[in-house]
Design a protein around this ligand. Structure first.
Ligand code: GLV
Ligand code: MN
Ligand code: MN
Ligand code: MN
Length: 412
């Protein structure tokens, strides 16, 4: 199966125009005007590739290539097209355009397949707008219900429910988005690595073993706002100093975690009043923990809670923590890992097996179907930035391996 590099380049460059600014990367937040244009483009490109297009109540887009036995559960492949602010043109898009091009090539070659093949563009993978990610695949897994859709809001206070309703989606039928085990035979997502391992090892493709899952939290620290000079070091109840200590504790606990892979990040800190000569009285911050083992996340959280109690006592502050979401890590099915690895070996493509530190829609698809992921090298290991880059040749090569693997699964 040959995938034309030019077609891959065209799809990615076309998409990058929606929300793209030279030097500033691509900003295509879910359901922004740029995202709506991008979504329309994806539907048109699917049609042009000979796929039948449909959309569900949360905006997941499906492009199907019917199999000879359409009553069999289909094989899915796809990713997302929304981005972070000042993101790149490959995170999500490589797997979405790659899926469309793989299915186009299969259709054009007339390659026989019993099962229907479906290219999917999942809605809103990035948590940039509503605070939680994987909106479309989360709803498919039944983890995002009507209540959650009404509860999660954007910065302006508008809920996901209202956003969808305004756009004309039949959001009250969100239940129909849900998939159960058996509905999908297998799903393969191609995605950029967003880390340096493939490039450093000279590999052109990666076979993912596990997807680490995020647990997100809001934390509020209440101290006492007071005069930076007049209040002695012994008398102060500094909410920021307490936050700084919590951040060092989190770093230690995550580094000590007994897990294949764990990370801890405090990515957002809002200090009140945020003034040079005033002791901070209040801090709000976020915690992002990623882990390939949910048990290990539980251990980190239990230890963190004990440490927070100590910090409260020692510093005279109050700490309150609220869970935003705690998702479950997923293991990529061994058989499909071996299938992807076998194709690479046969074709002489240098590859390696690796875990995914970032989360992906496949994490939620994994709740109702066997999943696997194919990674592409990220130049300099960076992503979620304008510098994010993967060669078009690597995307096309990945799409060829993807097409081969899809045909195997579709004929099982
Ligand atoms: C999403 O891109 C994430 O892993 O943060
Ligand atoms: Mn991303
Ligand atoms: Mn992504
Ligand atoms: Mn992601």
């Amino acid at each position: 199966m040959k995938i034309a590099v030019d077609r891959v380049r065209e799809g990615l460059e076309d998409l990058a125009r929606f929300g793209g600014t030279p030097g500033e990367g691509v900003s295509r937040l879910v359901f922004s005007p740029a995202d709506l244009l991008g979504r329309a483009y994806v539907k048109e490109r699917m049609k042009g590739a000979g796929l039948n297009v449909s959309e569900d109540a949360i905006g997941n887009i499906f492009g199907t290539l019917p199999g000879t036995e359409p009553e069999l559960a289909p094989v899915w492949t796809g990713s997302h097209i929304d981005t972070v602010l000042r993101g790149g043109r490959f995170d999500g898009m490589a797997g979405t355009i790659g899926a469309i091009e793989a299915l186009r090539a299969i259709g054009e070659a007339g390659a026989p397949h019993r099962r229907t093949l479906t290219a999917v563009a999942y809605t809103g993978e990035e948590p940039s707008v509503f605070g939680i990610g994987c909106l479309g695949s989360r709803a498919m897994a039944g983890v995002l219900d009507l209540e959650t859709a009404k509860a999660v809001k954007n910065e302006a206070g508008k809920s996901l429910y209202d956003t969808l309703a305004e756009l004309g989606y039949d959001v009250d039928r969100l239940d129909a988005v849900r998939r159960k085990p058996g509905d999908v035979y297998a799903a393969i997502e191609m995605h950029i690595e967003q880390g340096p391992k493939l490039e450093r090892s000279g590999c052109r493709l990666g076979v993912v073993t596990d997807i680490s899952a995020p647990a997100y939290f809001n934390v509020w620290v209440e101290g006492l706002q007071s005069h930076a000079g007049g209040t002695s070091m012994a008398d102060r109840r500094d909410a920021f100093a307490a936050t700084a200590e919590i951040s060092m504790v989190l770093e230690r606990l995550v580094k000590e975690a007994k897990s294949v892979y764990a990370t801890g990040t405090i990515g957002r800190v809002d200090v009140t009043p945020n003034a040079l000569n005033v002791i901070p009285g209040r801090v709000h911050f976020t915690i992002d923990i990623r882990n390939t083992s949910d048990g290990s996340t539980g251990e980190i959280l239990a230890a963190l809670s004990e440490e927070m109690k100590r910090i409260e006592r020692e510093r005279g502050v109050k700490v309150r923590m609220q869970t935003i979401n705690r998702d479950l890590p997923v293991h990529c099915e061994d058989g499909m890992q071996d299938l992807l690895a076998g194709i690479c070996e046969r074709r002489g493509i240098p590859f390696k097996r690796l875990i995914s530190g970032a989360f992906h829609d496949s994490m939620f698809v994994g709740a109702f179907a066997p999943i696997s992921m194919l990674f592409l090298p990220s130049r300099d290991g960076v992503s979620h930035c304008p510098e994010e880059w993967t060669s078009y040749e690597d995307v096309a090569l990945g799409a060829e391996v993807l097409a081969e693997a899809l045909l195997v699964k579709a004929n099982e």
